[in-house]
Ligand binder design. Structure first.
Ligand SMILES: [Ca+2]
Length: 566
């Protein structure tokens, strides 16, 4: 056959195949993440907070009981986005360089985001919410590491990591910093950031056009401090926390046992000794209000997830969309705004100085509301409104992380344990609906899952740049109860807090100089019975493995003080 005829036939065949090809069968993927939310803070993980939309996804999906984040905002985002450990992506700590390879504070060129990878497989890519993987957040700073330059077709959200929910710091549409008051594209009755994120996510779903699937990353800032919520949501929780944190922990633990989320033989960790007994707590009304507002924030987040789900249903995309829901780190014990007496950020609180409508909000803690009210902290101000700025504190965070120990920053289970709901009508068998999946999973697996389901190719090189190899495994087999085939242990490092998990064994330490503790998580998920002294050989072998990883993954050299004592 003459070459020309052959090529004609090939083209003809190709065209015919394309004409009769079905719509792209690959799923859309939506990753929704909460910020600073404990393992037990949603209904389907034991909470009293009303989260009917998430519970609905869990009922027709699968809940992972041993899913892990990195314990902190920036490293979690870097890991989730790239499928590599945060230090490999240059974000071992927060935004800002520490002058070490793993601690540059700016997302590296040696890693690719899920959006960048999925685009090469023909996906559309959208993002709404918090970015937090670059130090360049102010007007006029370089935008090479903003979402639009890291693979996303559309972006609405904040480049920085925290701010007011009524007037967020570094609010950005596409590549332009904006004021919520003069944003022509979005003028709700009252601006509230959680709603703004969910509304944009729903809008991207509705406006998605074409046969190709989409990947969307919805990165919430709720319920990270400040405790800001809308009055109608706070009202729902009035009086719900009057019995205090111990009662809340006990009730959640009981529900978790009943649901089968935790094993009967896992004892609840003791109340953190730094948290006073509720009967001795000072400022009870003030403390109660903090938790009421926190609950309202989670409630509102859930309401907005309902909006996204409705958008998927109305646009006919619900059945073939995989939705993941998770948290970026455990409940937060930081004492933001909790000192006694009224604290002002503004040096001249008595002079009314409203902020111009079109002025950009660039303060993490605004000095004033837009209409000129000073923002206050301390125990004399009841939290919730735009003129307040508080964290809910250690004692409530202890209850958020029921039944585990520790918090955001640490890599004990309370810091790194996250809910993970996977919901996908087309891809999860009905006999798995509402089931619990106990195979461990980690953020590094989300890129691997997307690559797997999107039939994408994870690159070895982009141009001349070598790309860090994919670290995780696809979680898709686990949706239907199959083994994910993990061959490597899971590793953590944050501020010298260290851990390695190998099968049921976890070796963990607090701080750069803290001693290693060894736990059998099958017997003792709440890390109460340290076996390091009883099994020194196992502890040594795991510690050696962690050290080798730390050097290879650039967790070391680290900036956490002097040399470790031998
Ligand atoms: Ca966080």
């Amino acid at each position: 056959m003459k070459p020309r005829i052959l090529s004609f036939l090939v083209v003809l065949l190709g065209t015919t195949t394309a004409l009769f090809a079905k719509k792209d069968a690959r799923p859309n993927v939506i990753i929704i993440m909460a910020d600073d939310m404990g393992w037990s803070d949603i209904g389907c993980y034991g909470s009293e907070i009303k989260t009917p939309n998430l519970d609905g996804l869990a009922k027709k999906g699968v809940r992972f009981t041993q899913f892990y984040n990195t314990g902190r905002c920036c490293p979690t985002r870097a890991t989730l986005l790239t499928g590599t450990y945060a230090h490999q992506a240059g974000i071992g700590h927060m935004m800002g360089s520490r002058g070490l390879p793993g601690y540059k504070g700016d997302l590296g060129k040696n890693v690719r985001t899920i959006a960048e990878v999925m685009k090469t497989a023909g996906y559309s890519t959208y993002m709404a919410g918090k970015w937090h993987v670059t130090p360049h957040v102010r007007p006029g700073t370089p935008t090479y590491n903003w979402p639009r330059q890291r693979g996303f077709d559309r972006f609405y959200g904040t480049i920085h990591g925290a701010g007011s929910f009524f007037d967020p710091n570094s609010l950005t549409r596409e590549n332009t910093l904006i004021s919520p008051l003069t944003d022509k594209e979005y003028q709700p009755k009252e601006f509230y950031y959680t709603d703004a994120i969910n509304d944009h996510a729903a809008r991207y779903v509705k406006e998605h056009d074409g046969d190709q699937p989409f990947f969307m990353y919805v990165a919430h800032t709720a319920p990270h401090w400040p405790m800001h919520a809308l009055p109608e949501d706070i009202a729902k929780y009035k009086g719900k926390y009057d019995k205090g944190w111990e009662a809340m922990r006990k009730a959640r633990y009981k529900r978790q046992l009943k649901m089968g989320l935790i094993e009967d033989h896992w004892k609840m960790s003791p109340k953190d000794s730094r948290a006073p007994a509720w009967k001795d707590a000072k400022n009870k009304e003030w403390e109660i209000r903090l938790m009421e507002v926190y609950a309202a924030m989670v409630d509102r987040l859930d309401q907005g997830i309902g909006t996204i789900v409705t958008a998927l249903k109305e646009s006919g995309q619900y059945d073939n969309t995989l939705i993941f829901f998770l948290a970026d780190n455990g409940g937060c014990a930081e004492g933001m705004g909790r000192r006694g007496g009224i604290q002002y950020k503004d040096k001249e609180p008595d002079k009314l100085k409203p902020m111009a409508k079109d002025a950009l909000q660039l303060d993490m803690i605004p000095r004033r509301t837009r209409d000129g009210r000073v923002v206050k902290q301390g125990t004399e101000v009841m939290t919730g409104g735009p003129d307040t700025y508080h964290g809910y504190g250690l004692a409530w965070a202890n209850a958020s992380n029921t039944p585990f120990r520790e918090y955001k920053h640490w890599v004990h289970e309370g810091g790194i344990g996250s809910p993970l709901i996977a919901h996908w009508p087309k891809g999860i068998d009905t006999n798995r609906h509402g089931k619990l999946e106990s195979q461990p999973g980690h953020l590094i697996d989300l890129m691997a899952t997307c690559v797997d389901l999107g039939k994408a190719t994870y690159p070895k090189k982009v141009g001349d740049q070598e790309i860090v190899p994919l670290q995780g495994v696809s979680l898709a087999p686990a949706f239907n109860g199959k083994d994910v085939g993990r061959k490597e242990p899971l590793f953590w490092e944050h501020e010298g807090n260290r851990a390695i998990r190998e099968g049921k064994w976890k070796l963990v330490a607090k701080g750069a100089r803290g001693a290693w503790e060894l736990y059998d998580l099958e017997a003792d998920r709440t890390e109460l019975n340290d076996l390091a002294a009883k099994q020194p050989e196992r502890a040594k072998a795991m510690a050696d493995r962690w050290e080798a990883w730390a050097i290879e993954a650039k967790a070391k050299p680290w900036p956490w003080g002097g040399k470790k004592k031998k």
